[in-house]
Design a protein around this ligand. Structure first.
Ligand SMILES: NC(=O)c1ccc[n+]([C@@H]2O[C@H](COP(=O)([O-])OP(=O)(O)OC[C@H]3O[C@@H](n4cnc5c(N)ncnc54)[C@H](O)[C@@H]3O)[C@@H](O)[C@H]2O)c1
Length: 320
């Protein structure tokens, strides 16, 4: 069967593709494991994967011709990851709307034209919640995003839900926690520091933390996030009940606890490379995000968080 991953050259997209290639199979339309014969990675960037099953398509996901070419007439599953991240969507309102909302709508419309409704996993975010929040945030809590990225993800969730209700797709919107530790360089996500305060000190560089140490963050490791995307994909539609949006398990860790963990794992000198310099713009976004979500349905599907943040840091050091 053929799978499309939009944003397939990105951080999670590449890892997801590699994981699917390793597994060799995912749930087919009937829920039974099906061999994956082709993965199309659609992105603005070329995806560096050498595998005969992989095709990398470079283009703009907001371009209808590109979406049609990527989907083809025979796609059984779609993972829709292409997006501009929170800080960028906030700084460039039009770009956020075009990539995060218009392209999602285009993709859903194109899926609707396929001969058979595909499974579709949409990567949403905890940023769909906001305002005065209970802890943990119930799965059915009102969507009240406090920034443009969260608003675009919330609309995407509703569209995935309605297209599923109509039988156009078999959709699942997965509210991923902030992912840490992300390798590479800082990105334009407001939560970029949640990786930077671990990654940069370990690389011998100074890192700046823009939120106070007591700020709690709802976190997942990359490997857990990928596992949860696949579990959400493979779960039967009936496991979602009346709504297709899913809170996935994470850990609540404060920025201060993250740096204390770094000190425990890598020593005091490494941890001393973190500078605490509050940035109101970043803190204004991050401190409005929920710090703990109810994840009853995801747990019933077998999803589990990492045991603790130290396991996440050690996995990063081990190169996972
Ligand atoms: N990483 C996290 O902490 C996190 C948390 C919650 C949700 N998410 C969501 O998960 C998804 C993947 O996140 P990521 O961390 O891999 O982000 P990423 O920025 O690494 O990947 C996104 C990819 O989308 C591509 N893209 C952007 N605009 C495009 C366009 N117009 N046409 C084609 N491709 C385009 C980018 O080139 C990039 O490769 C996103 O939808 C993101 O909103 C991520």
């Amino acid at each position: 069967m053929k799978i499309l991953i939009t944003g397939g050259a990105g951080f999670l997209g590449l890892r997801l593709a590699r994981r699917i290639l390793d597994r060799g199979a995912v749930a087919g339309p009937d829920g039974q494991p099906r061999e994956v014969t082709r993965i199309v990675l659609a992105d603005m960037a070329n995806a560096p994967i050498e595998d005969p099953r992989v095709t990398s398509l470079v283009g703009d996901i907001a371009d209808p011709a590109f979406v049609d070419a990527a989907l083809g007439g025979d796609c059984a599953s779609v993972f829709h990851l292409a997006a501009v991240v929170s800080g960028q969507a906030e700084a460039d309102f039009d770009l956020g709307l075009r990539v995060n909302l218009d392209a999602t709508r285009l993709l859903l419309e194109a899926c609707r034209r396929l001969p058979r409704p595909p499974r579709l996993v949409f990567t949403s975010s905890v940023a769909v919640f906001g305002g005065a929040l209970p802890t943990p945030v119930p799965e059915t809590w009102i969507l009240n995003p406090q920034n443009s990225y969260g608003t675009q993800k919330a609309i995407g969730e509703l569209l995935v839900n309605d297209h599923s209700r109509k039988g156009f797709i078999d959709g699942r919107a997965v509210r991923l926690p902030t992912i840490s530790v992300r390798p590479g360089r800082p990105n334009k996500a407001a939560s970029s520091f949640a990786s930077g305060i671990i990654r940069e000190p370990l690389a011998g560089e100074i890192a700046t933390c823009p939120v106070p140490p007591h700020t709690p963050i709802w976190l997942s490791s990359p490997r857990t996030a990928i596992a949860h995307l696949l579990q959400a994909h493979d779960a039967p539609a009936g496991a979602f009940g009346t709504g297709r949006s899913l809170n996935t398990p994470g850990l609540t860790v404060t920025a201060g606890e993250m740096v204390a963990t770094l000190e425990r794992v890598a020593g005091r000198e490494v941890a001393s490379r973190v500078r605490w310099e509050p940035d109101e713009a970043v803190a204004g976004i991050v401190m409005r995000w929920p710090d703990r979500l109810e994840t009853v349905r995801a747990e019933a599907m077998g999803m589990r968080p990492e045991p603790d943040f130290e396991s996440i840091v050690r996995a990063y050091l081990a190169g996972e």
